[in-house]
Ligand binder design. Sequence first.
Ligand code: SF4
Length: 402
Amino acid sequence: MTDAQRAAPVTPDVLTVPRKLPESDKINLVGLTRDGLRAALINAGTPEKQVRMRLGQIWQWIYHWGVRDFASMTNLGKDYRSFLADRFEITLPDVVNRQVSADGTRKYLVRIAGGHEVETVYIPEENRGTLCVSSQVGCTLTCSFCHTGTQKLVRNLTAGEIVGQIMLVRDDLGEWPEPGAPKDETRLVSNVVLMGMGEPLYNFENVRDAMKIAMDGEGLTLSRRRITLSTSGVVPEIARAAEEIGCLLAVSFHATSDEVRDRLVPINKKWNIETLLGALRSYPKLSNSERITFEYVMLKGVNDSDEDARRLVKLIQGIPAKINLIPFNEWPGAPYERSSWARIESFAEIIFQAGYASPIRKPRGEDIMAACGQLKSATERARKSRAEIAEETGVRNAPGSI
Ligand code: SF4
């Protein structure tokens, strides 16, 4: 495949991307499930007897080869390619800012239709590369330790905008395969976690469709065991996630009593710890997953005592589980502080002695503020202050003013 056939590389240059994306009346094929794509092709006039073959061909071009223009789909007839180009498009969200941390973490500020922005973070490790994707612009929930929780929900992402985050990072990493090149089993994006902005179970259908596309064996081919959906505890949707998505589940647990969890994760007032644990007990059986990850952010003097650790072990008894301890990533104005390392280690030891894996998450990308929601806010602040300066000085049309 020539360079021209491949997607244009992602640009980190803020100024090259227009503030408002041009509207298009063409249907974007990215994010349509196989059934959706089939229906779109038939509605546009593809003969029914051809549609199965066409669908397979187009699907592979988009999701296996990363091609973005119909002219490059060389196993389709010329006329059919221009027929497609007249009706459809293959577009991804724009990257408006990309930061690369000294530790290799890459943080993308991504602009979606309507000019809204979300974050995507790529975290390379020794034997895996994890991509943290967003599912909503802002969030309806107000977890008090979470920076995204300070940003109001604007809208749900479409399936195309969710799977598009995986695709644009593959662009940036140059990860699409080359025809004829020896098969490279090393995956740069090997794991996906739905832990970015938003509560994925409050955008269920779009998250499900995006993950079905990511898991499809003729495209991105991510195994369901390499996708983790993280929920704050939307109990009624947990069983549905097991049945309709079947990926691994993580839960933002963070506290061992309702009194503390009500404060940290207010959705607890609706579905408390006991109700949540009831739903979690059935998840691994329903989804055929191995275990549930309990996310536990370590907040000094709030939830980090030895007593908390012992209570946690008791609560999760009988659930195949791993506990991820997350040293709090402080953000400006945050109402909490990170627990000391000695405290975190003591907490981890109690859990480990009880027979559970209790890895302490290594803080990543601190130099680029990689904690959820921080880049978006910092960019907004920067814009605002530039606008304010322009207002103050009366220089409205200076280069870079917005
Ligand atoms: S932790 Fe998740 S659910 Fe809670 S406010 Fe942040 S993004 Fe929303």
